[in-house]
Design a protein around this ligand. Structure first.
Ligand code: SF4
Length: 343
């Protein structure tokens, strides 16, 4: 066996993290966990994973569930296109009667890319496939003192792959990246592969990988209005494609990455909803940060008429309001709703 893989697996066998998707691995469980873990921390994912499996024990259960229910179950995890792709892919798998067995077939499912296909193939099917996510890329870059692009990390990861234990090898590298070889202050003295690590030998661990130069994220203003009628509140549904797709929110206008020009919000509201813009007191304000965008959100009680046009929404509905409504809301709208209900 490759010497690095041998030391890594000895550490993993003795000290692997106990995670719910690691018991009884199956294509469905592995796929679900990998989709949830994209851009999301393990501790956040665990309760979502357990709730999902309880409600949708098999891929067929997920396939026949209404998208609204899936989005509601996803509420708070963010990156809702993942939930929409999950639902779409469940329909495809359920119709075929089985999960694809090879990388090409797995990659044909909506939302499944190169990393995830190889993760499912190795973990659920025991195929000898290496994979590379952010954690594994960082470990490989340091082990090989390689300052090059991500593509080269696939070559390094394949080079150490121990035939017959690819699933454990991939998960061990993910664990190593998350617990030991962290982006900042890696715990090299505790690292099971430190004797194979070129970056450590050369004293350049802190330089690899090179820090990303991030562009400042644009700030958008979002103004949402609360309309109340006979104890019901007006919610609007976003188009299925795009940010917060298919989720419900208070009717809102946005400034698309800019500050409002004079009178622009009034013009925008009137054009979108066919009624005059009449904003009352601000009920809730917050700054909401996504990976590439920042939103300055203000929820205001409207003193005007309810919209008579849909704007960019697909539907509007008067609903009974409670802090945990049974429809999918974005985390931002949930915060506004919570503030509204606690007044
Ligand atoms: Fe990462 Fe340090 Fe281990 Fe090298 S020795 S793989 S830098 S934790």
């Amino acid at each position: 066996m490759d010497p690095l893989a041998k030391d890594l697996l000895a550490w993993y066998d003795a000290d692997a993290r106990v995670l719910p998707w690691r018991s009884e691995p199956s294509p469905y469980r592995t796929w679900l966990s990998e989709v949830m873990l994209q851009q999301t921390q393990v501790d956040t994912v665990i309760p979502y994973f357990e709730r999902f499996l309880k409600r949708f024990p098999a891929v067929e259960d997920l396939a026949v569930a209404p998208l609204d229910e899936v989005l509601e179950m996803w509420s708070g995890l963010g990156y809702y296109s993942r939930a929409r792709n999950l639902h779409k892919a469940a329909g495809i798998v359920s119709e075929k009667g089985t999960f694809p067995f090879d990388i090409k077939g797995l990659r044909s499912l909506p939302g499944v890319g190169e990393y995830m296909a190889a993760a499912i193939a190795s973990i659920a099917y025991g195929q000898d496939e290496a994979t590379v996510d952010g954690n594994i890329a960082r470990v490989m870059a340091r082990v090989h003192a390689d300052r090059g692009p991500r593509k080269g990390m696939w070559t390094h990861a394949r080079q150490h792959l121990p035939p017959g234990r690819a699933g454990d090898y991939n998960q061990a590298l993910m664990d190593l990246g998350a617990r030991i070889c962290r982006p900042r202050s890696p715990k090299c003295p505790k690292c099971p592969v430190s004797s194979h690590c070129e970056a450590r030998a050369l004293g350049v661990v802190d330089e690899i990988p090179a820090p990303k130069v991030r562009k400042a994220a644009p700030v958008s203003q979002l103004e949402a209005h609360v309309f109340e009628r006979n104890g019901l509140y007006l919610l609007a549904r976003r188009p299925v494609e795009g940010l917060w797709g298919g989720l419900w929110e208070f009717p809102t206008i946005g400034s698309a990455g800019k500050h409002w020009a004079k009178d622009e919000r009034r013009r925008k509201w009137d054009a979108a909803y066919g009624v005059p813009h009449q904003a009352g007191p601000v009920l809730f304000e917050t700054r909401h940060v996504l990976s590439h965008r920042i939103f300055q959100y203000a929820l205001q009680r409207s003193t005007g008429e309810a919209p008579i046009a849909l704007g960019e929404y697909t539907e509007m509905r008067w609903v009974q309001m409670d802090p945990k409504p049974s429809i999918g809301l974005s985390a931002l709208t949930s915060k506004g709703l919570h503030a509204l209900c606690s007044q």
